[in-house]
Design a protein around this ligand. Structure first.
Ligand code: FMN
Length: 160
């Protein structure tokens, strides 16, 4: 099936940032279940290693933006499902930047975050930055990652 033939004919994009692969895994699962396009947001700032980890947490806590790249135009889609890891209880700089740059282009949104234990303020921050209609949201804890991701995908499927 081509990407233009999507769930109930709606054009859906799953956009995400992932440092360590968990958010990517959830994004891929959702995209597959909803027959959506997928776009990985890249953070140009190095985030690997101990220093990268410490700076990542600091940047998230301070609400910093960063330099990002991505390839799909969200205005081409009816719904954008946006995913981020939780860093220090907050939204990642990459997804913060994506939302700030694209909030006018996102018609309807769904949000999810992946975390070790707790989602903290990350989803609330996404709502605040976006300010538009949010159809669904989910905190996906790493412990039951695949099961929770599948459940969220099914919820979305029945909703959109
Ligand atoms: C810098 C940093 C800070 C984190 N802070 C939290 C946190 O406050 N709460 C939490 O439950 N998990 C926290 N985590 C764990 C991540 O949210 C979790 O592993 C997430 O699934 C990672 O997504 P990714 O693999 O797509 O990068 C943190 C991870 C990193 C790298």
């Amino acid at each position: 099936m081509t990407n233009s033939k999507q769930n109930k004919s709606k054009k859906i994009l799953v956009a995400f940032y992932s440092r360590d692969g968990h958010t990517r895994k959830v994004a891929k699962l959702i995209a597959k279940r909803l027959n959506a396009d997928i776009d990985e947001i890249e953070d140009k700032k190095p985030r690997k290693g101990l220093i990268g980890f410490l700076i990542a947490g600091y940047d998230a806590t301070r609400g910093k933006t960063t330099e990002i790249t991505f390839s799909k135009d969200p205005s081409d889609y009816e719904i954008v499902i946006l995913g981020s890891p939780v860093w220090n209880g907050r939204l990642t700089p990459a997804v913060r930047t994506y939302l700030l740059e694209n909030k006018e282009k996102i018609k309807k949104a769904c949000f999810f975050v992946t975390c070790g234990i707790k989602g903290g303020k990350a989803l609330t921050q996404m709502h605040e930055i976006y300010g538009g209609e949010v159809l669904g949201e989910k905190v996906v804890a790493r412990k039951n990652l695949e099961e929770e991701a599948r459940r969220f995908a099914e919820e979305l499927k029945s909703m959109i």
